[in-house]
Design a protein around this ligand. Structure first.
Ligand code: PGA
Length: 264
């Protein structure tokens, strides 16, 4: 089955609302050229409304970087799915390694890592909340360098998928995307070799087929993320099981991100 390409920009904790809106305006022409590609911008929470207002009636879609699983209530500092919908979000990243306290490159002291406390369990709660709210999740999975070197890549990815999808039926997964993001490749400049990224993305698809159904696995888009830039994007997109990318640093400049979308 031919799956539509999806290129998502993860702005992380970068860009104020005025900076985000100027970047967004600069991307409209590329989105116009590549109407066959889904382009999703994921700004920080405070910029969602400003960027969302610009994106209304455009081809580009809005995503958030995280969500809380509760519906509403006394959860200081958290943001609900209804709030994301209100801002115009159609997508939301969930289970990003930086939310799990797993960093490819970070100067954080190890004792601070537990504050970035997503687990497979909380990722599952968040994912189910998003599906219930009709927001398409972009579920991130991926191994650390230590885990890769110990030969545990498939085990780690399998457990993360199982945790996130527990209690989820194939029929509910419309719009779900999974991003394979090896932690060691995120923000480090060491992109994963295209063939190897494709192998793990294929493994993810086979697990989805087993856990959900072959039909669901065939329509779920599997993205690659980790140091994607305009130079390494084309070989990644030529691979059969890579349906797009989740782009961090490479999404913060219009010209660079535009070239990645054109390569899709
Ligand atoms: P990067 O980040 O492109 O800066 O490596 C990707 C991500 O974390 O989603």
């Amino acid at each position: 089955m031919a799956r539509r390409r999806l290129i998502a920009a993860n702005w992380k904790m970068n860009l104020t609302a005025p900076e985000g809106t100027s970047l967004t305006e600069a991307l409209f022409s590329v989105a116009e050229i590549r109407r066959d590609v889904d382009v999703v911008l994921c700004p920080s929470f405070p910029s969602l409304h400003a960027v969302g207002a610009l994106l209304r009636n455009s081809l580009v879609q809005l995503g958030a970087q995280d969500v809380f699983w509760g519906e509403k209530g006394a959860f200081t500092g958290q943001v609900s799915a209804a709030m994301l919908t209100d801002a115009g979000c159609t997508h939301c990243i969930v289970g990003h390694s930086e939310r799990r306290g797993r960093f490819g490159a970070s100067s954080l002291a190890p004792e601070l890592l537990p504050y970035f406390a997503d687990t497979d369990g909380t990722v599952g709660l968040k994912l189910r909340r998003l599906l219930f709210a009709n927001i398409h999740p972009i579920l991130c999975v991926g191994e650390t360098l230590e885990e890769r070197e110990a030969g545990r890549t498939e085990d780690v990815v399998r457990l993360q998928l199982e945790g996130a999808l527990s209690g989820v039926d194939a029929a509910e997964t419309f719009g779900l995307a999974v991003a394979y993001e090896p932690v060691w490749a995120i923000g480090t400049g060491s992109v994963c070799d295209a063939g190897e990224a494709n192998r793990v993305c294929g493994f993810i698809r086979s697990r989805l087929a087993e856990r959900l159904s072959p039909e669901a696995a065939d329509q779920i888009r599997v993205l690659y993320g980790g140091s994607v830039n305009s130079k390494n994007a084309a070989p990644l997109f030529r691979e059969s099981d890579i349906d797009g990318a989740l782009v961090g640093a490479g999404s913060l400049k219009a010209a660079e991100f535009g070239r990645i979308v054109l390569a899709a």
